[in-house]
Design a protein around this ligand. Structure first.
Ligand code: FRU
Length: 464
């Protein structure tokens, strides 16, 4: 009998606590759902190489959101209507049956344009999936006039007031990104209802991956080819959110301040609302390809919507916490030095004039996080962190390998989750997520600066 494989591993060439593919390439999380007493994560998957290719849906399940067991590939691009890829989508349960809706992609007779249609698959055991005989359940002919049949993807399916709704990223021909809403009583027969906002989502070329939690008045989406500095985190593709009962196309603002955060989806286990995103970015080099994998997920984050803001916290990692270092002092005398490769690090202080936290430090490399007191910003840099990761962004911060996150409060309360190839920073409910590729064994941690009544607690994360 084959033994199960899990993401949590002591292999130094892999992430230890973040979901990645078993091999090859992955992008967007898909169909995140709590089903049969377990969390299920599907993802855009090309198992045959570390490059994007015809998309499959990879699949993993977890009891605790940290350790994921790999399951067989859930969807292969093996039908006429999805032969060029099973693109992103979402999941819903009806009774004991798990349904996923995804985009089937079919290139046009060798041409570049690929028709995108919406398809349904179901499973009664959460492992084996069957594509519905009526696929595609939303065909090109059901797209209203004036919208592109080649940009029509990433269905978000949800139930509201006893009906099913499906929200699909689309593009007005000659215009920008929209969301088209369809309604159904049975998930199979869909009728077009409306263009959600009736006008383009401003700030970029095309929208992708809509998501929502109706209960929490929360909507997420992504913007491709951002052309508006207002959307602010400087990534050429960015993930956005809006809150409220009457969201408009102008309300979207970036979710994360880091380099690597895209295509987030929310899901609930009936108690808490969570979010997972692809912790990677299009149009960048990915150093981990030399280890046979590309792309991974953020740590699942617990969400709260408060005063119109989306607040994020890391999921519970306590079961994986080992040795603790706990240092508190009135002020830093010189520098505080610790070591570790995978850890949760929490820095609190009554007041910070300035500080610099170096992580994944070797003799001449480190990932750094500084407080810029004049601009009241945390400044994250991967400039000298190891292998260069560079994209197509041409602004000054990107060319200096820097990302910034504003801070509102005078007291400091920052949590860092470090894995082998990533650093995620949480402060004031905001996040900054970045991949890194430090030299093997770079495990130094060093804090310096002027901090009043500070405490630095490091919990080592154990992978075996
Ligand atoms: C977003 C995205 C989706 C699409 C998928 C293809 O990252 O471009 O719009 O469904 O990736 O892999």
């Amino acid at each position: 009998m084959a033994t199960a494989t899990f993401n949590v591993s002591s292999d130094k060439t892999r992430q230890a606590f973040h979901l990645t593919g078993e091999r090859g390439w992955i992008n967007d999380p898909n169909g995140l759902i709590y089903y049969g007493g377990k969390y299920h994560a599907f993802y855009q998957y090309h198992p045959y190489s570390t490059q994007w290719g015809p998309m499959h849906w990879g699949h993993a399940e977890s009891k605790d959101l940290v350790k994921w067991k790999y399951l067989p590939i859930a969807l292969y691009p093996d039908k006429e209507y999805d032969k060029d890829g099973c693109f992103s989508g979402t999941a819903i349960t009806v009774g004991n049956r798990l349904y996923v809706m995804y985009t089937g992609v079919k290139a046009d007779g060798g041409g570049r344009a690929a028709h995108q249609v919406q398809c349904l698959a179901y499973s009664d055991d959460g492992i084996h999936f069957f594509k519905h005989e009526n696929n595609p359940v939303i065909k090109s002919e059901q797209i209203p006039d004036g919208y592109s049949p080649f940009d029509f993807r990433d269905p978000k399916v949800f139930e509201y007031n006893g009906s099913y709704y499906c929200m699909i990223a689309s593009r007005k021909i000659g215009g920008g990104g929209r969301f088209l809403v369809y309604k159904s009583d049975d998930l199979v027969n869909w009728t077009f209802r409306k263009d959600l906002f009736g006008s383009d989502i401003p700030g970029g070329d095309m929208t992708e991956c809509p998501d929502c939690s109706v209960k929490d008045n929360l909507m997420l989406c992504c913007m491709q080819f951002v052309n508006d500095g207002r959307l602010g985190n400087r990534n050429v593709h960015t993930a956005l959110y809006a809150t409220g009962k009457n969201i408009t196309q102008d309300d979207f603002t970036p979710i994360d301040y880091g380099f690597d955060f895209y295509a987030p989806q929310t899901f609930s286990d009936g108690k808490d609302l969570y979010m997972i995103a692809w912790m990677q970015m299009w149009d960048r080099n990915i150093p981990s390809v030399k280890f046979g994998w590309a792309g991974g997920m953020t740590l699942p984050r617990k969400l709260e919507v408060k005063d119109g803001k989306l607040l994020q916290k890391p999921c519970d990692l306590s079961a994986y916490c080992g040795r603790t270092d706990d240092i508190s002092r009135e002020s830093i005398d010189g520098a505080v030095r610790l070591s570790g490769e995978c850890y949760v690090l929490r820095l609190t202080a009554d007041k910070a004039a300035r500080f610099r936290l170096e992580m994944k430090k070797s003799e001449n490399k480190c990932v750094s996080l500084e407080l810029d007191p004049d601009r009241k910003e945390l400044v994250f840099s991967r400039a000298n962190s190891g292998e260069i990761i560079i994209g197509v962004e041409k602004d000054e911060d990107s060319l200096s390998f820097v990302r910034r996150m504003p801070l509102e409060n005078d007291n400091v309360d920052i949590t860092v989750i470090a894995d082998r190839f990533s650093v995620e920073i949480f402060a004031e409910g905001k996040t900054l997520s970045a991949t890194v590729c430090p030299p093997m064994g770079a495990d130094g941690i060093e804090l310096s600066g002027e901090l009043k009544n500070f405490r630095l607690v490091k919990n080592e994360l154990k992978s075996d």
